[in-house]
Design a protein around this ligand. Sequence first.
Ligand SMILES: Nc1nc2c(c(=O)[nH]1)N[C@H]1C(S)=C(S)[C@@H](COP(=O)(O)O)O[C@H]1N2
Ligand SMILES: [Mo]
Length: 250
Amino acid sequence: MSGSLSRRKLIAAGLTGAAGLTAAARIAGRYGLIPPDWGGVWGPGETLTYASQRILTSGHSMAREFTRGAISKIAQVSGDPPRHGLYASLLATGFTEWRLSVEGLVARPASLSLADLKRLPPRTQITEQTCEEGWSFIAEWTGVPLSHVMNLAGVQPQARYAVFFPFDESWDSLDMPDAWHPQTLIAYGMNGKDLSADHGAPARLKVPRQLGYKSIKFLSRILFTDTLKNIGSGLGSASPDLGYSWYAGI
Ligand SMILES: Nc1nc2c(c(=O)[nH]1)N[C@H]1C(S)=C(S)[C@@H](COP(=O)(O)O)O[C@H]1N2
Ligand SMILES: [Mo]
């Protein structure tokens, strides 16, 4: 079937209400467009949003980038850094002992220091971070595109998701198009300085095409996997448990 025919069919199905949703989900399933939380609170509606976004924004559509003058004076914080345990001691020693573990479906598992990350080709981008709670700010983020780390580790073709684990309870995952996306960064700098603990030091994910909660702070481990079923409650993220959808495209 031609791409444009399936595309039109899916969009038409989406416009024809409840019966259409079932058809959309069936077509979406055939083309690998089912998000991992399809059985969760969002059900077929969530599937439709994800599938429409994936089809309409296929190719590398970019989040808007701004000029320096647009950088916000105030950058809100959501999610405080852990005050105790391993994170607190890593913070106290300037993250010299911190390592980012890259594991799972990779040819070359890696354990990267902050210096290792900074040696990879950096990218700086001025983008907006939008929280589901209704605020947003624009900041300049510097880091290494996740794609460089994926090439370094040799992500295997069976990998379907990148899963991000921080030092707190939150966790999330991206599919491969968003993981390879040129604006998806492992950011270690913000507005020209090292990332502060509040904003996710020593390194955080930045996914400017999705809501803020996908941009996991205080990173500890990235796992490449072909299934999310055995992680947490199997919905691809801690967010669906809290009522937020796995896919949060904006
Ligand atoms: N590890 C971790 N990452 C996290 C969170 C968190 O609580 N823990 N909060 C998320 C939410 S809801 C948002 S909006 C952004 C906020 O990033 P900021 O504090 O730098 O503004 O981080 C996201 N990443
Ligand atoms: Mo958020």
